[in-house]
Structures are given as C-alpha cells and as structure tokens.
Ligand binder design. Structure first.
Ligand SMILES: Nc1ncnc2c1ncn2[C@@H]1O[C@H](COP(=O)(O)OP(=O)(O)OP(=O)(O)O)[C@@H](O)[C@H]1O
Ligand SMILES: [Mg+2]
Length: 323
C-alpha cells in the first residue's frame, strides 16, 4: 500500500504487516515520518486497512490528502455559508469525510447546522486546546471547526506576526490534511489577513456569485486580488464559479448568467436557483437535504456535489439518509 506525504507529496510503500500490532493494540492513528522531507504526519489506521477489512461504503484512498476548497467572495450575502454548509453536507451524505472550517467572525456555519460548539478554530489557532477538542461532529461524516467572534482576536495576533503570518492557518490545519476527503473553508465578506491565510492554505477556490451586477463587479475585483496571491502561491486556482439566487422569472439574472458562460466556460457551474427553503432551513438548524429534500435547491446542491466530487453517481440514488 502507498502513503503520500502531505508536505512534499512523495509516495512511500508501507508493509501492512508492520501496522497490524498497532491496530490490534486498539490504536486509531499512528505517526508517519516522511523519509524524503522528514515531515511527521498522523495517519488513520483504518485508512490503511485492506478492502476486506474496511466497513462497507465509500472509502478514502490510502494516505490521500484532502482537497482544500475555499468558498469565498469579498461581497457579502452571495451564498458563501449556504454553499459551504450544503456542499459539505451533500459530500458527507455521498460518503466522503468532510471538514467544514468556518473562518468568519459571524460564526454562522454552526448556527446553520444547529450546533453550539464549545470550541473551534480560535482555540486551534491559539493552540489553547488539542485539535480533537476543537472539532465538532455536526453530522455523520461531517465535522466542523466553528468560527465566531473570538476570531477577531486571532486576526490581531496574525497581524502582529513579523514573518510567516500568511501561513498561520496552514500550519494549524496541517495535521488534518490526510484525515479528510474534503476540507471546505467558509470565509467572511471583505478582505483581511485571515482570508489571505485561507488563500495560502486552499488549492481550489469556489466563488459563489449572486446573479446581480454588484456581485459580478465584486467577482472581478476578487479575481484581481486572487491574482496578487497567485504571484506568491501558484497552487491556488479559481476552480468553480457558482451562480446563486438565479430567478428565471426576471430577465436580468439569465442575461448575467449567459455573460458568465462566455467569460468563464471552464469554471462556471450550474446555478443554484432562488429558493425560499434555503433561507428558512437555517432557523431549524437543518441542511437543505434535511429540510426540503424534494426542493429545487436540494436538486441544485446535489448537482454541485456531483460536479465537485467528480463522481457522477454521488447522491443519484435516493439516499436513505436523505429523508
Ligand atoms: N439560492 C438562494 N435562494 C434564497 N435564499 C438564499 C439562497 N442562497 C442563500 N440564501 C439566503 O440568503 C442569505 C445570505 O446567504 P449566505 O449567508 O449564505 O451568504 P454569505 O455570502 O455567506 O453572507 P456573508 O457574506 O454575510 O457571510 C441567507 O439568509 C441565506 O439563507
Ligand atoms: Mg457567510
């Protein structure tokens, strides 16, 4: 079996017989040491088991590194949190192991998921608590590192760092790299040191853009800022542009959508239509799949899950978890 180092991406062969004593002793994770770059990283023993030993269902590839996707746009109210939560929940329902990181001081991801975590991203970044105490299991396969007001203090700490400030988030999250299939990062509106950190951590960027002129303007401004980051970090790419609030009863949004299609044919995703269920679901602490599984919004987010997971079978069948 093969393990990939999350730092230098070098692959290493592992003899499964050497791992058996750890599994038999009840250990869930072991520390691996990359022979090339000497980086130490934790590996879940279950991810190293043979297919016969694994429980049924979709399994992660051995030692695979999570895809890190940030959902971001400086413009407020475009559907960043709604998309982060529902994309995360949909991927989790499809059997992927997902971590949702909320880097917003509004801390809305926990609210939308109906959770009140005692600790989250702040405690992880300030190293007040071990990682395991900062994570909240929000749903089966879906874990949350919550945001909230306390992140304002963290931003001040990052601002005061004399060097390496933009890597603060990457350093804190690196032990989680190979624990998940997807790490999704919800960001706050605006542009600050924490968003710069998110762009130095993520490899893929998903931009939700409400189909109205001001949001489109915000998107082109954001693309310029992303270009400035890419000069220093070329691993980060604008991968998805997700039109939101599509209302086909009005002419304007459809015209803007057609315009986006011409400008960004590669990145453009099928739009999320305007649907009141998306605005109602958070007050019940439910995802769209739980609140209105038969809605157009649920269908739109399933399509997004298939696109992002590159798995055309994801959430195709009426999954038993989606009532
Ligand atoms: N497709 C949609 N149809 C109807 N309402 C929606 C849709 N998408 C999101 N909403 C609602 O619009 C509001 C703004 O969405 P959301 O909070 O996801 O935006 P945001 O970009 O995260 O905002 P902020 O920049 O403040 O973090 C919320 O009340 C949400 O429930
Ligand atoms: Mg938000």
């Amino acid at each position: 079996m093969i393990i990939t180092c999350p730092k230098c991406a070098k692959t290493h062969k592992v003899n499964p017989d050497r791992l058996k004593p750890f599994a038999e002793a009840g250990k869930k994770t072991i520390m691996a040491n990359c022979k090339s770059c000497k980086f130490k990283f934790p590996i879940e023993l279950s991810s190293l088991m043979t297919p016969e030993e694994k429980p049924a269902g979709k399994q992660r590839q051995v030692g695979s590194v999570a895809r890190k996707i940030c959902i971001t746009l400086s413009k407020g109210g475009v559907g960043k949190t709604t998309t982060s939560v529902n994309l995360g929940a949909g991927l989790a329902l499809a059997g992927y192991k997902v971590l949702l990181v909320d880097t917003d001081t509004q801390g809305q991801s926990s609210y939308v998921l109906g959770k009140k975590p005692g600790a989250g991203l702040t405690e992880l970044l300030t190293r007040e608590l071990p990682i395991s105490d900062c994570l909240t299991e929000a749903r089966n396969n879906l874990w949350l590192l919550s945001g909230g007001k306390s992140l304002a203090g963290v931003k001040r700490i990052i601002d005061k760092k004399s060097f390496g400030a933009e890597f603060t988030l990457s350093e804190a999250l690196s032990p989680l790299d190979n624990q998940f299939d997807f790490i999704l990062i919800d960001t706050s509106p605006g542009w600050d040191q924490l968003i710069v950190n998110v762009l130095f951590y993520s490899t893929e960027v998903l931009v939700p853009v409400a189909l109205e002129v001001m949001s489109l303007h915000g998107m082109s401004e954001f693309i310029k800022s992303l270009g400035a980051i890419q000069k220093y970090r070329n691993e980060v790419h604008l991968k998805y542009i997700l039109p939101t609030f599509l209302d086909l009863r009005i002419k304007g949004p459809k015209m803007l959508y057609d315009q986006l299609k011409k400008l960004y044919p590669q990145q453009l995703c099928k739009p999320i239509r305007y649907n009141e269920s998306l605005a109602e679901a958070p007050s019940f602490g439910k995802t769209i799949f739980e609140f209105a599984p038969g809605s157009t919004a649920s269908e739109d987010y399933r399509i997004l899950v298939r696109k992002v997971s590159e798995n055309e079978f994801a959430l195709r069948k009426k999954n038993s978890s989606i009532k």
